[in-house]
Design a protein around this ligand. Structure first.
Ligand code: NAP
Length: 261
């Protein structure tokens, strides 16, 4: 007898930031959320991305709403929240899947990191989680789940990851402080530390293909990470299955992080 599985996010409203294209981790997460019955809102950065994200959103689900949001711009974050408020009010889950560092910073020695490159990487990849959490949490009056994406380069030295590793270290600390501040309101904050996946951002890291090869050779599961695996962990964190988990960094990386040499 076929028993259908209940949808884990039926009736939930999810805001997903960071869909650039079909290879984005945020896209895989939005797809899994739609599969589980969530109503979606997506954001794009800049006019040039508007049409792409609108098309992707409508492919995911006819009712997907799409808004502009450059996370370096406080006014855009505020107007995103105002629009979400006007378009139905409540938000149950937020996915922050955003990072940026200049190509130069991801190819020369970390020692050569420029002041402006450091500040830009930290602003977009780390501070933005604080800004988004502060702006959106008033829409989470019934509690909710905020999820960000991290990488092992935040706790270990990964060649060429450089300032992005420092940004991920700060991001993971943000998760703990935000979880402590927002926990009394029933809002959980967690990170998923994903294994390397070939996306537009990942291509900015020098020798990324070598990183994929050495990762698969060393990981206990002897393979790379699939975006769908990251997405299913996000469903766990965004749904009631993850109701007891906050302030955590969950590794979805084929086990890579346990290995020594
Ligand atoms: P991606 O598809 O390139 O996604 C990065 C997103 O960040 C893009 O949508 C990009 O928008 C957005 N973004 C950059 N600057 C922004 C700004 N100022 N305001 C708003 N959005 C901005 O790459 P991805 O690999 O899926 O990255 C998503 C997250 O996963 C990142 O935090 C990344 O560090 C993390 N992660 C990735 C891997 C991996 O191997 N791929 C592993 C672990 C963790 P535009 O394209 O329009 O600039």
């Amino acid at each position: 007898m076929y028993v259908s599985m209940p949808q884990l996010m039926q009736g939930r409203k999810a805001l997903v930031l960071g869909v650039a294209n079909k290879w984005s981790l945020a896209y895989a997460i939005a797809q899994a959320f739609a599969r589980e019955g969530a109503e979606l809102a997506l954001t794009y950065q800049g006019e040039r991305q508007k049409q792409t994200v609108e098309e992707l959103g409508h492919e995911l689900s006819a009712g997907t709403r799409v808004y502009p949001c450059d996370v370096t711009n406080d006014a855009e974050i505020e107007s995103l929240v105002a629009s979400l408020g006007n378009d139905g009010g409540r938000i149950d889950a937020v996915v922050h899947s955003i990072a940026f560092a200049g190509r130069d910073e991801l190819s020369r020695p970390f020692l050569e990191t420029s002041r402006s490159g450091y500040l830009l990487a930290l602003e977009i990849s780390s501070y933005s989680l604080v800004a988004v959490a502060r702006a959106v949490s008033p829409l989470m009056a019934a509690g909710g789940s905020i999820i960000t994406l991290s990488y092992i380069g935040g706790v270990r030295v990964v060649p060429n990851y450089n300032v992005m590793g420092v940004a991920k270290a700060a991001l993971e600390a943000n998760v703990r402080y935000l979880a402590s501040d927002l926990g009394p309101a029933g809002i959980r904050v967690n990170a998923i530390s994903a294994g390397p996946v070939k996306t537009a951002s990942a291509r900015g890291v020098k020798d990324f293909s070598k990183m994929l090869e050495s990762f698969a050779a060393k990981a206990p599961l002897r393979r790379n990470t699939e975006p769908a695996e990251v997405a299913d962990a996000a469903v766990f964190l965004a749904s009631d299955l993850g109701r007891g988990v906050t302030g955590n960094v969950i590794y979805v990386d084929a086990g890579f992080q346990i290995m020594g040499l």
